[in-house]
Design a binder for this molecule. Structure first.
Ligand code: ZN
Length: 339
């Protein structure tokens, strides 16, 4: 234990001494003098780049280096594992399991890079249990964060550090679901569902639809949706249209782009009818269409205004915006498009 003062833990843990026993694992080794199963090599680099879609030229050719984010990959034991593990990590897990923190979730990882790894580098590593947090309560439940630090060496020289953090926790009781705003329009469109719900004495609030992942690459698309405009990206160099949004052109690689607004006309290019699994916010069976817009790009969305078993390939559809709840609006396609 270092000179920094530790925050107070709960009375119960002070009484049973659990936290003191957990903290005693800090600094203990989880793997000593581990060795990579393969030296840094081009085939693994190529597979990684293909899986990631990373075409950076630095990872190819006679002067290739390994992508820095592969750091951990060179230390992985694979299915057969490593034999040079200490028992400390397992003992720590057993202690947490015994205290009721039986669930585990990986929460985050941090890496630092000191020098590039090159094909032929022989990898060595040491892993230490760096810290065990005081007891924390998260949305998942109450437990302790455990951080391990792996120092990765190439030819004996420190090449990078990989910190991996997990939460060992006792799952919280499932919270009640948040009610969705019950706006009249989408409910009326979904037909029998609202009627059936209203017939019950106390209908359960409908679970919310999953939120779209909005990031810096696609934020403009969702800003367009909020303004009731379906925006298609157009390459600034070769003018190819693309949807969904991407940071670069798949045709020419250009990062320049602007947008064109979709006219809203389209046809059903293909579709599936979802029966199973019944996802809480949805009401199967329902049709999910791959819609070909008049501009030539395709997008996946719901086909509305027609029973699920009447959706057909080639059916004309027209864009409209469906307000799902107070936060979420989605572009959907109404059958019978040209009216
Ligand atoms: Zn292009």
């Amino acid at each position: 234990m270092s000179g920094t003062e530790r925050p107070a833990t709960s009375r119960a843990e002070e009484q049973d001494g659990l936290y003191e026993r957990l903290v005693a694992f800090e600094g203990r080794s989880a793997a000593t003098a581990g060795t990579g199963k393969d030296p840094v090599n081009l085939p693994m680099i190529r597979h990684w780049c293909e899986a990631m879609g990373d075409t950076h030229p630095a990872y190819r050719g006679p002067d290739a280096v390994a992508p820095p984010t592969m750091l951990q990959a060179w230390t992985m034991g694979g299915l057969s594992g490593h034999t040079d593990r200490s028992s400390a990590y397992e003992e720590l897990f057993a202690l947490l399991d015994g205290a009721g923190y039986t669930s585990v979730v990986a929460t985050d990882c941090e890496q630092e890079y000191l020098r590039p790894l090159r094909p032929g580098d022989e990898i060595g590593f040491d892993t230490v249990i760096e810290s065990v947090s005081e007891r924390k309560t998260t949305k998942l439940g109450t437990g302790h964060f455990v951080t391990t630090r792996t120092d990765v060496r190439a030819g004996g020289e420190l090449a990078g550090t990989h910190r991996f953090r997990i939460l060992k926790y006792a799952p919280a009781a499932r919270p009640d679901r948040k009610p969705a705003a019950r706006t009249a329009e989408p409910e009326a469109r979904s037909g029998p569902r609202s009627g059936a719900a209203d017939a019950r004495p106390e209908p359960k609030p409908a679970p919310r639809r999953p939120r779209p992942v909005v990031n810096r690459d696609n934020a403009g698309f969702w800003e367009g949706v909020a303004a009731h405009r379906l925006l298609i990206q157009r390459c600034g160099d070769c003018a190819a249209l693309r949807l969904p949004w991407l940071p670069g052109c798949a045709g020419c690689g250009s990062r320049e782009w602007d947008t064109v607004e979709a006219s809203g006309a389209g046809t059903v290019f293909s579709y599936v009818v979802m029966h199973h699994p019944p996802f809480p916010a949805f009401d199967p069976p329902y049709a999910v269409g791959l819609i070909e817009l008049a501009e030539g790009v395709r997008m996946i969305s719901n086909v509305v205004g027609v029973p699920y078993d009447k959706v057909r390939i080639g059916m004309p559809v027209r864009l409209e915006f469906l307000r799902v709840d107070e936060e979420l609006e989605l572009p959907v396609f109404r059958a019978g498009g040209e009216d």
